[in-house]
Ligand binder design. Structure first.
Ligand code: 13P
Length: 251
């Protein structure tokens, strides 16, 4: 069976100014040739146009970190999915745990944003993940199943949907989920996608949370791990490219 091409996505979060963002994007683009994985940079909104210009003509895709559920209107400070598309984005992250926690986004909000992304011609990277308290109480699998069911947009397919499993307790903590923990959750997500989508087997499921060059080979080797959503290490071109190089060729 053909497996999906791995996707290595860098989420720069609220980091980067014109000078260092340009240099970082340029270095990633320069090192991107010949990789088995698809590369994606999700810079802060202020740098999307700049990164898109740097990535033009390369295999590196550009994405947003969030979008509004509406295509435009009186929503001060927000960014609409068609605006991201207009700048050259192919993807947008929705429902990152930092948005869920710090901006109160619920599954229904994430679902609406993902739907807006699809309507604008973007692929949605839908993030889900349990907190430490949920893991410690044995609730991980039901929490993941509930978040997935509540966050998936209607009409999604492998071409327009990526799911990112990011255990909240592993984000920015240096505490990476074990291979067994990742395998268990990714298998559940795969089953749920298979039950909902005709091509659920081809939807890429990324792992995120303290992915670094030294753990990338083992994490990317887990069944049903089709790439990584990388935070801190994506701010270092060498580290990000090393993670990308760890993604196995699958065809
Ligand atoms: P870190 O790689 O810094 O743990 O961040 C993961 C993340 O939140 C990516 O979206």
């Amino acid at each position: 069976m053909t497996l999906p091409r791995p996707l290595i996505a860098g989420n720069w979060k609220m980091n980067g100014h014109v000078a260092d963002g340009t240099a970082l994007a340029r270095a990633v683009v320069a090192g991107s040739a010949g990789l088995a994985a698809e590369l994606l940079i999700c810079p802060p909104a202020t740098l999307i146009g700049l990164v898109a210009r740097e990535a033009e003509g390369s295999a590196v895709a550009v994405g947003g970190q969030d979008c509004h559920a509406k295509p435009g209107g009186a929503f001060t400070g927000d960014i609409a999915a068609p605006m991201l598309k207009d700048l050259g984005c192919r993807y947008v992250i929705v429902g990152h745990s930092e948005r869920r926690t710090l901006h109160g986004e619920r599954d229904s909000d994430v679902q609406a944003k993902a739907g807006a992304a699809l309507a604008a011609g973007l692929a949605a990277i839908v993030c889900i993940g349990e907190t430490l308290a949920e893991r410690d109480s044995g609730a991980t699998l039901p929490v993941i199943a509930r978040q997935l069911a509540g966050s998936l947009p209607a009409g999604a397919s492998a071409a327009t949907l990526v799911v990112a499993y990011e255990p909240v307790w592993a984000i920015g903590t240096g505490r990476v989920a074990s291979v067994d923990q990742v395998a268990e959750v990714h298998a559940l997500i795969r089953r749920e996608l298979g039950a909902r989508l005709s091509d659920g087997a081809m939807v890429r499921i990324l792992y995120g949370g303290s992915v670094k060059p030294d753990n990338a080979v083992s994490l990317l080797g887990v069944a049903d791990v089709d790439g990584a959503l990388v935070g801190g290490a994506s701010l270092d071109a060498k580290a990000f490219l090393a993670i990308a190089a760890a993604a196995p060729a699958r065809r």
